[in-house]
Design a protein around this ligand. Structure first.
Ligand code: ADP
Ligand code: MG
Length: 594
């Protein structure tokens, strides 16, 4: 046996493959199935600046895939070149790989597709009276001539894999191949809402977008109006990384990752780092084995991402993956927090202890965090955070809370209040933090300062002094008047008016102390962070007895907040016991079998 193999191997000589065979092998990497052809042609149309793109497939793309666009077109004299291997108008040198702003750059797609199908390209460059046409069969140009055509390009791919029977055999059922195409086109319609994209299968329209740029409208087409309007919008920009798109609230989730989509610089990528970051942001919000629905679009400097690491360009490599990871997690987390509903006491979390008294175990989970199944039967009581104004399509004041009637303070820590829909327990510290935070954010730029009668002189350790000194412009912007007053010493002559009567020393320290412990680079300090820290320090503490007036004022202020349900760090400010829940618990309605 061994000898036989050895003979065979020895008889093999190194030869260079004929062009045709080489092309077919290369094509295997780019053109795996009909959906890959659609992807390449669609990307070419997008690169050509098209505004309207029509995709027609027949028999799941086996018989025909035709993509027409109204883009720039291909100059007649270059048409034959376009189907040659490594022929591209998008890249001229290796350095340019890191400045790529087009989806294509390898000049491989048309050549590859042409080598495994019967390919016809009809194109007319803008401004030309007459266009050109080229026909290719199994990798060879069989016809090339001038032809009348409207502006733009039409690419027809017939009989895909007709000359590579092995590939043909690997195709799945029509249904599956069609699904792949639908999925792909859907994702591109989301990524490019300002393009009008139309998909037709066997003469029947499957999808058509208007191209008006409204991503939520595209989402409505893909997932239904109801679901689309419940999705939370992500808008994020930090350290040169921009992330936007939509994610599902915790109440909407899936049993698989299929509805998790990432685009990086306009390119659809499947990247485990990105998915992990997303999942991390949802951690503890979703039950194990459940996945969110999300479409997120990352925009980063092209020099920070290598797009040339995968044959179908479905993967990219980030220069600083950790930063991207953190940003995605932060962006998603923030969106989730901003829209998180008022936490409710969830009956299933009440535990009975083995002593005879049934104790009230404060296992409180914010309602939305308890998993979808549970959330569904809790529509009672609270304003649905996911209602979208039907007329404007705008997200309303998501987290508004009703007018609350003060009942009193308990444990010098919580404020008890009644709303039209039940009882509210408010954490005075978290609530006050939120109130101060929004007040400070709202008065940025037109800050009101309170001049101190006795300017305060603070001396700080060198490291802290440096931090404060670096952040003096921000301090000034938010209402502090601080100036250097000798070595490591500062003079504070005014503080934001909302802190009138409070200890200015504490406010200053909050800026430096907390940041000393923080590992984050100093130059990364954003104003919001500083404000949040100061508010945390200046907010009334748990354990502080408040006068009725103070309690009342806190409630009113909280009602006026844009996001009253969470403190600036994302913790809940309140929990809610709905009337319905109380009635159930007291056996007035649908008594529990305990
Ligand atoms: P790549 O997109 O990587 O450049 P392709 O093989 O997909 O390689 O396309 C080769 C070239 O043909 C492109 O660089 C472009 O100049 C031209 N081309 C292909 N499709 C179109 C189109 N729909 N509109 C205009 N030009 C196109
Ligand atoms: Mg291309």
């Amino acid at each position: 046996m061994y000898n036989l193999w050895w003979d065979i191997i020895r008889s093999m000589k190194i030869t260079i493959l004929p062009d045709e065979v080489a092309s077919q092998i290369a094509a295997g990497e780019v053109v795996e199935r009909p959906a890959s052809v659609v992807k390449e042609l669609l990307e070419n149309a997008i690169d050509a600046g098209a505004e309207r793109i029509t995709i027609c497939v027949e028999e799941a793309g086996r018989k025909l895939i035709e993509v027409s666009d109204d883009g720039s077109g291909i100059p007649a004299e270059e048409l034959s070149l376009a189907v040659a291997r490594h022929a591209t108008s998008k890249l001229h040198s290796a350095e340019e790989l890191f400045q790529i702003r087009t989806l294509g750059f390898r000049g491989e797609a048309l050549a590859s597709i042409g080598s495994v199908s019967r390919l016809t390209i009809l194109s007319n460059q803008s401004g030309q009276k007459i266009g050109a046409r080229v026909d290719m069969e199994g990798g060879k140009i069989v016809r090339s001539e001038p032809a009348g055509a409207v502006q733009g390009t039409t690419v027809k791919v017939r009989d895909l894999f007709y000359n590579t029977p092995a590939r043909l055999k690997f195709l799945k059922r029509d249904q599956t191949e069609k699904q792949q195409i639908d999925n792909l086109v859907s994702r591109y319609t989301l990524a490019y809402p300002h393009l009008s994209i139309q998909l037709e299968e066997d003469g029947k329209p499957v999808l058509r977008t208007t191209g008006n740029g409204d991503r939520r409208e595209v989402l409505a087409q893909l997932y239904g109006v109801d679901l689309a309007r419940q999705l939370l919008e992500v808008i994020f920009e930090e350290d040169g990384i921009e992330i936007n798109g939509f994610i599902s609230p915790i109440s909407i989730n899936r049993s698989n990752r299929r509805d998790i989509t990432f685009f990086v610089n306009g390119r659809w990528v499947q990247d485990t780092t990105l998915v992990t970051a997303l999942m991390k942001a949802y951690q503890s919000f979703l039950m194990v084995g459940r996945y969110p629905l999300s479409v997120l679009f990352l925009h980063i400097d092209p020099k920070d991402v290598d797009v040339n690491v995968h044959p179908a360009k479905a993967e990219v490599r980030f220069r600083q993956p950790d930063e991207i990871f953190t940003s995605v997690q932060r962006a998603v987390r923030r969106a989730l927090m901003a829209y998180s509903p008022v936490p409710q006491l969830v009956p299933t979390f009440w535990r009975t202890h083995n002593d005879d008294a049934t104790r009230f175990e404060p296992s409180i989970e914010p309602a939305g965090l308890a998993g979808s199944e549970r959330l569904q039967d809790q529509s009672d009581g609270i304003t649905n955070p996911s209602e979208v104004d039907g007329q404007t399509g705008q997200l309303p004041h998501f987290s508004a809370i009703p007018i609350l009637r003060l009942i009193g303070q308990i444990g010098a820590t919580y404020i008890v209040a009644e709303g039209p829909d039940g009882l509210y327990l408010i954490d005075q510290h978290a609530a006050h933090e939120r109130v101060l935070y929004e007040k400070m954010l709202n008065t940025r730029g037109q800050v009101v300062s309170q001049t101190l009668l006795d300017p305060l002189v603070v001396q700080l350790p060198p490291q802290s002094a440096k931090i404060l000194q670096e952040n003096l412009p921000v301090m000034k912007k938010i209402g502090f008047q601080v100036e250097e007053f000798g070595i490591n010493t500062f003079r504070v002559s005014a503080i934001p008016a909302i802190f009138t009567g409070k200890d200015p020393h504490a406010a200053i320290r909050s800026v430096v102390e907390d940041f000393e412990e923080d590992e984050t680079p100093l130059q990364g300090l954003v104003e919001e962070k500083i404000i949040a820290r100061i508010c945390k320090r200046m907010a009334v503490k748990g354990g502080a007895v408040l006068s009725t007036d103070e309690q009342q004022a806190l409630l009113r202020d909280l009602e006026g907040c844009a996001a009253p349900r969470t403190c600036p760090h994302g913790r809940p400010t309140m929990i809610h016991l709905s009337v319905d829940l109380l009635e159930r618990q007291f056996g007035r309605r649908g008594a529990r079998s305990a």
